[in-house]
Design a protein around this ligand. Structure first.
Ligand code: GCO
Ligand code: MG
Length: 412
């Protein structure tokens, strides 16, 4: 079975998505997500200009060989652009193989290891009242695990908060449920770590008092702390029994986690901006984390992320795949098939896409009682409506960034 057509589809129903669509001489269509939030067109060019010409005529069945060929022949390895492009090819080929076999993809990955995937959603609020309200709304939607982000006294805006405005299917004017905003330049936000460190434990105390000890709670530090600050936060959150503390320090310095680990038993999750198994080598070997945050989309596809997760399984480290709305429905489906099949599944992040996105990408996953399931359609179970996609041209959009009170740019 040969690849005889490859198209890169850029569409912006509620936000920008980049999708690779492969077609074979036997008429099978495969989809792969290549969306790199805020830098989408770099991956489009990588695919269109450098990868698509190499795919035409290749045997669609040779997934591992195609992966190795694209990775090694480029010479310039790793990095988000390269790995998102390779991921899209990889996932599209898995989609094709599963369709050719007439099976849902998870069957080819070893079959189901569980009946469904526990998923967490994003509750947030500027005040405690707003936050409680948001937690309740998520519970009403079925969520059984919830990420908690709140405003910090003295700060005007903060990551993960305003996105709450569109939790109810795009009613607000925000750019889907995410911090990225359409526009010509990134929004500037303010930041103060000392206020944040003082405030967050009081929020978790209030949430535990209101919602009890059972509910799994998560929190995202979004790379903003120094190692000693992260250690302090992890320690101060111990009484509230977090499911995880995410991205407590910047991901570029894995050694920082040694110091954090020495001080706290709060479980740690990291990796949404990692791209390869080599980014994880040290932190898995030294058991510095508890959850792998990578998305299939940004980590070289199913072929490569499965290698990361197999390695992690030797150390009882579990998956916690990235699933904000900038992972397209195609990327989410890939995550669900992989999560259903592996033994060391932990939790899946799940934010609902907007209505236009759901119309553009027809999906067959199910969401019931706080659990996701990829469905039983052959392949990934996602179809891209090209006419619908054509209605929404690409729009420039940027993630925000932070400055401290004295004007210094800070980690975002
Ligand atoms: C998360 C993430 C996202 C990112 C976004 C960047 O944990 O879901 O931190 O909200 O900020 O995906 O593109
Ligand atoms: Mg995160």
């Amino acid at each position: 079975m040969r690849i005889d057509r490859a198209d890169v589809v850029v569409t912006s129903p509620d936000r920008n998505f980049v999708t690779l669509r492969l077609e074979t001489d036997e008429g099978h269509i495969g989809l792969g997500d290549a969306t790199l939030n805020g830098r989408e067109l770099a991956v489009v060019s990588y695919l269109r200009d450098h990868v698509v010409p190499l795919l035409l005529g290749r045997d669609a069945h040779n997934i591992e060989d195609t992966w190795q060929f694209l990775y090694r022949s480029a010479y310039w390895r790793r990095g988000p652009v390269t790995m998102a492009a390779i991921a899209a090819v990889d996932v599209a080929l898995w989609d094709i193989k599963a369709k050719a076999a007439g099976m849902p993809l998870y069957q080819l990955l070893g079959g189901a290891s569980r009946t469904g995937l526990l998923a967490y959603g994003h509750a947030s609020g500027k005040s405690t009242e707003e936050l409680f309200d948001s937690v309740r709304k998520h519970q009403a939607e079925g969520y059984k695990a919830i990420r908690i982000q709140t405003g910090v006294p003295g700060l005007k805006s903060i990551y993960g908060i305003a996105s709450n405005a569109t939790f109810e299917a795009n009613k607000g004017s925000r750019y889907d449920h995410e911090p990225a905003q359409r526009g010509a330049s990134p929004a500037e936000e303010d930041w103060d770590t000392r206020s944040y460190l003082r405030h967050v434990p009081t929020v978790f105390e209030a949430v535990r008092n209101e919602f009890g000890p059972e509910l799994p709670l998560l929190h995202d530090g979004h790379h903003r702390m120094t190692p000693i600050q992260a250690a302090k936060l992890g320690k101060s959150l111990e009484p509230y029994d977090l499911f995880w503390l995410e991205d407590c320090t910047p991901a570029e310095n894995p050694e920082a986690l040694r110091l954090v680990r020495q001080h706290t038993t709060t479980p740690l999750a990291i990796g949404e901006i990692f791209n390869t198994v080599w980014d994880y080598q040290q932190i898995i070997r030294e058991q510095l984390i508890d959850y792998v945050r990578s998305a299939v989309t940004h980590t070289g596809g199913i072929t490569h992320l499965r290698k990361v997760l197999d390695y992690a399984s030797q150390y009882q480290i579990k998956s916690g795949m990235h699933g904000p709305t900038d992972i397209s429905p195609v990327g989410m489906a890939a995550a669900m098939h992989l999560g259903l099949s592996i033994h060391n599944f932990g939790i899946q992040e799940y934010m609902k896409h907007g209505a236009k996105t759901d119309q553009t990408f027809r999906q067959s996953f199910t969401w019931q009682d706080g659990m996701l399931h990829p469905g039983t359609q052959p392949g990934l179970g996602v179809e891209l409506d090209i006419d619908e996609a054509g209605k929404y041209p690409y729009q420039q959009a940027y993630l925000p960034y932070n400055r401290l009170a004295d004007g210094t740019v800070h980690d975002w």
